[in-house]
Every structure is written in structure tokens, then in C-alpha cells.
Write a protein that binds this ligand. Structure first.
Ligand code: GLC
Length: 533
């Protein structure tokens, strides 16, 4: 397989509005990111992925863009952005930005024009129809919003305030390519592409048999032509890295997006784990990893991530955020950093930050949660029951401010934070983590360092054993003469590992472990070990 810098990289995701507030407005900002670059560097990350910081009314936290070529005042100015980019590069790291081009904000000048009249030149920049079909959007009961002014419906895959662009219109595509060049020419190192497989729409918008299965929104005919064109016209002229956010995708389709011979994207995020596994399910998880490895290995590159700004923090969702918080954080870190694919660390994951449970819907901010809550309550359901049922996967779980130290608002802001700080910040914070050699932080740092020194973690083959074991996850990574054996107990019980004799007798040096003693094959709760064979 071809070696590239990005295959060997570890990405650190910065949700800037929750990272560090330097001007006291309660929102993190790009200046805050600059101040903490040394921290990200110390962790060892190679690439910073910055969530959208473009001009936006901020209905969906920056994913509703009204000006692609400016910086949102909450985040800073173009000058701050340029300094950030320079400072990232000065530390030998790279910066990728979020590219949100499936939709804009309804306050984007294109949409304001588009909705103004049927014969406006920008009318066809968006998708207008006389009738709605029965599709659901991600955030609302219908993908269609009726607009009085011209008596037609426009299409939106997300909120009403996020109308979808009409990618079938070549002028739209040109505008987007131009905008991409604008940022690439500033020197950024690539894009994380928001719901990029949604760009092409189904011809004629036929009603769905089951409108609740919204997979009709993605992977439609024409998508590969668009992505190929984007690559051809823009991406291939720069040395950059792209990762597509691609829901509803199988490995067979995955290679169509990221196959090395395809000229589309470099890597992808699939959501077979985070969209379909509310709680830990060992059997399913192993099956997903195996299928994706078999389908992609040697053809295209995968990603490994257990949480992000849309998905509840890993220790709360899949681990144990109470008595085994540190152990389970380290155990899942071992998993994401030793499975095949690029590891992503979402800010705060590296100190084992946890999800939240605030008492009232008013303590939450996310539009997805609030819309769903309203929709269900309007059906006559008990508000408390609706609220309780939504909390586990609420997106705000991972959006609470970064916990830097034990001072007011966790050192995040001197103002009033846009989203409440997790009350556990006096115990869980960066200052504490940096002062403790045994912390989750240093465990991540070690895993990232190991990746730089051992190509087997990047390019090694993957071979699972004990595939039906309900608590243990065990696999080999091998490259040339180097063979590693990863053994994880993803459960709260002690488990004896009954390993095949040819494995047990060949266990060599322990390269990684999250408990001090690892001398028998009885694994403690969430124990993780990596052996050299
Ligand atoms: C992606 C983003 C999410 C956003 C949505 C609409 O899934 O990660 O935060 O709400 O796209 O842009």
C-alpha cells in the first residue's frame, strides 16, 4: 500500500466554541486555539480539524453558513485565522477545515435571492418543488418547507434554516470550487467534508416506503461524478488530505468514495458504530471492524473514532464514566489507536471527559435535541419521559466546555459559557492530567508516539481471534517481521483469557498496558494490553 503522510497522522478535533474563550463572550475562539496549540503538540497530534468558523447565524453551531469567505465574529477575524494557520504550521502540524457544502444558511445571500422570485437567477441554486414528498429530514418531520413568497417548497436535509444546495446546477459547483480554492490558497491542508455523500439527490423525489429510514438522503446517482469533478478541478492541484463524513455507507460503497484509484476522497467516516450502536455491543463492533477491514484493506483508507461533536463521549456511551472512567478511557484509546485506520481524538477525550445530565431541556442548546423534543411532546407524550429518553445520545454531551483546570468555569471562560461546564471539572481537567504521570493524557501521548515509531500500527494487517468472545477483543497487527497482539477486556468483570497455545507461548514484551501489573492472563475490568509477539 502506498505510504502517505496522512495515513500516518493522528487528528485532533477542535470544537473551537468549547475550547478556550479569550475575550469573555462565553464562546471559545480561534485566539484560544492558538494559545493551546502547544498543548495539542504535546499530545502528539499531527493534524488539527477545526469545526466550521465561517460567517453563520449559528442555528446549528456553524453548520449553517451565510458567508463562506469570512470568519464568524464569535470565533475571531480573518487575521486571527491566518495567525492560527501560521502557528499550526510553525509547530509542524497541519490544519484541516470543515467544508459544509450540502447546504447553506437560509440567510446566505444566494438563498435570499433564490427565494425572492421564481425567475431570480439564483432560483436554481436550491431545490424548489410544487409538492412535498413524505421524506423526513435529520432534524424535522419533513425535508420540505413551504415558502409563501413563491408558493413552493424548498428542500432541506437538516433544519428548516439549512436549505440544500442544488448540486445539479453547474454554477453552484463552480462557486463551491472557487470557495475551496480561496481557503486552499491560504495554505490549509485539507477538508473534513460535512455529509458529503448527500450532495446528489434522488431523481424525482419518490415517496419512501419507510420515511423513518432516512438513508434515501445519501449515496444517490451522480455523487461520484460530483466528487470526481471536485477532485479534478480543485483537490488534485494541492497536497491536501480529505475525509468525508459519509453516513449510510457499506464498505463496498466506501471504496467507491476513497479507493486509491478513484480520484475522489482520501478517507471517510462511516457511522456503522456511532449511528447504530447506542450502547456497547461487542459482537456487532467486531463484525463491523472485520467487514470494513476485509472490504477496504489495500484499496482505501479508513478512520477510527469513538466520539465527536455529534456523538456522546466514549467513556459515558461505551465505557464506564464512574469507577472505571480512567481504565475505560485508556481501553478505548488503545482500541482506536491500534485498529486499522487513522485515529481521531476529540477534544477532551484525551483527559477522559464525560457526558452530562442536566436537569432541564433549557440547560441544553442543540437544535437536533430541541427539535426532536418539541416534535415528540407535540404528539402528546410526557415531556419528562421524552427528555429522559433523549439524553443518552444528546449531542451536547460532547459539546460542553473543555475542562482546563479547577478555577471558575473550568478555566474555559471568564464570561458566561454558552453551554454549562460539566460539574465534574474540579476533578477532571487538563491541569490535573498533566500533573499525573498515570493520567489518560499521557496514555494517549504514548499511543501517539508509538504510532510514529512503529509502522505496524499504521500499515500492519489486522487479524482478529476469539471472535465470539463477549468480553475480550483480541487481534494481531503484523507488518514484515513485526507482529503485535492487542488484548482488551471491554467489560466490568475480571476475565481470564484462554488464548490458543501458539499465541500464549509467544507473548513477548508488553508494549502498552493500562494497569501496572500484567503478569497473568486474568484481565481486570477494561484492561488493555498490547504485546509484541
Ligand atoms: C454533520 C455535522 C453536524 C451538523 C450536520 C449538518 O453531521 O457533523 O454537526 O449538524 O452535519 O451540517
Amino acid at each position: 500500500m502506498k505510504k502517505t503522510w496522512w495515513k500516518e497522522a493522528v487528528v485532533y478535533q477542535v470544537y473551537w466554541r468549547s475550547f478556550l474563550d479569550t475575550d469573555g463572550d462565553g464562546y471559545g475562539d480561534l485566539e484560544g486555539v492558538i494559545r493551546k496549540l502547544d498543548y495539542i503538540k504535546e499530545l502528539g497530534a499531527d493534524v488539527v480539524w477545526l469545526n466550521p468558523c465561517y460567517g453563520s447565524p449559528d442555528v446549528d453551531n456553524g453548520y449553517d453558513i451565510s458567508d463562506y469567505r469570512s470568519v464568524m465574529p464569535k470565533a475571531g477575524t480573518m487575521d486571527t485565522f491566518e495567525r492560527l494557520l501560521k502557528e499550526v504550521h510553525a509547530r509542524g502540524m497541519k490544519l484541516i477545515m470543515d467544508l459544509v457544502v450540502n447546504h447553506t444558511s437560509d440567510k446566505h445571500p444566494w438563498f435570499i435571492e433564490s427565494r425572492s422570485s421564481k425567475d431570480n437567477p439564483k432560483r436554481d441554486y436550491y431545490i424548489w418543488r410544487k409538492e412535498a414528498n413524505n421524506w423526513r429530514s435529520y432534524f424535522t418531520p419533513s425535508t420540505w418547507e413551504y415558502d409563501e413568497a413563491t408558493e413552493e417548497y424548498y428542500f432541506h436535509s437538516f433544519a428548516v434554516e439549512q436549505p440544500d444546495l442544488n448540486w445539479a446546477n453547474p454554477q453552484v459547483r463552480e462557486e463551491i470550487y472557487d470557495m475551496m480554492r480561496f481557503w486552499l490558497d491560504k495554505g490549509i491542508d485539507g477538508f473534513r467534508m460535512d455529509v458529503i455523500n448527500l450532495l446528489a439527490k434522488q431523481e424525482g423525489f419518490p415517496d419512501a416506503e419507510n420515511p423513518d429510514d432516512i438513508s434515501y438522503l445519501g449515496n444517490n446517482p451522480g455523487i461520484h461524478e460530483y466528487l470526481h469533478e471536485m477532485h479534478d478541478r480543485v483537490l488534485k492541484h494541492y497536497d491536501v488530505f480529505t475525509v468525508g463524513e459519509i453516513p449510510f455507507v457499506t464498505p463496498e460503497d466506501g471504496v467507491l468514495y476513497v479507493g486509491e484509484d478513484r480520484g475522489e476522497l482520501n478517507t471517510l467516516f462511516h457511522f456503522e458504530v456511532l449511528d447504530y450502536m447506542a450502547h456497547w455491543d461487542m459482537k456487532k463492533f467486531k463484525e463491523i471492524q472485520k467487514r470494513w477491514y476485509d472490504g477496504m484493506w489495500g484499496k482505501g483508507w479508513n478512520s477510527q473514532f469513538m466520539n465527536n461533536h455529534d456523538h456522546t463521549r466514549v467513556v459515558t456511551r461505551f465505557g464506564n464514566d464512574r469507577e472505571y472512567r480512567v481504565e475505560s478511557a485508556k481501553c478505548f484509546a488503545t482500541l482506536t489507536h491500534t485498529l486499522p485506520g487513522m485515529p481521531y481524538v476529540y477534544q477532551g477525550e484525551e483527559i477522559g471527559m464525560t457526558g452530562v445530565r442536566y436537569p432541564s431541556i433549557d440547560d441544553y442548546n442543540d437544535i437536533a435535541l430541541k427539535n426532536k423534543y418539541k416534535e415528540e411532546v407535540a404528539k402528546g407524550r410526557d415531556p419528562q419521559e421524552v427528555f429522559d429518553s433523549l439524553l443518552h445520545l444528546a449531542r451536547d454531551n460532547s459539546r460542553t466546555p473543555m475542562q482546563w483546570d479547577e478555577s471558575a468555569n473550568s478555566g474555559f471562560s471568564e464570561g458566561d459559557p454558552w453551554l454549562k461546564v460539566n460539574p465534574n471539572y474540579s476533578e477532571i481537567n487538563v491541569k490535573q492530567a498533566l500533573a499525573d504521570r498515570d493520567s489518560v493524557f499521557y496514555y494517549y501521548q504514548n499511543l501517539i508516539r508509538l504510532r510514529k515509531e512503529n509502522e505496524v500500527m499504521v500499515y500492519g494487517s489486522y487479524e482478529p481471534i476469539l471472535e465470539d468472545h463477549p468480553q475480550l477483543y483480541a487481534y494481531f497487527r503484523a507488518l514484515g517481521d513485526e507482529k503485535w497482539f492487542v488484548l482488551l477486556n471491554i467489560s466490568e468483570q475480571e476475565v481470564r483469557a484462554e488464548l490458543p497455545e501458539e499465541v500464549a507461548s509467544r507473548l513477548g514484551e508488553t508494549i502498552v498496558r493500562n494497569y501496572h501489573k500484567a503478569d497473568t492472563l486474568v484481565l481486570k475490568p477494561y484492561e488493555a494490553r498490547v504485546y509484541r509477539i
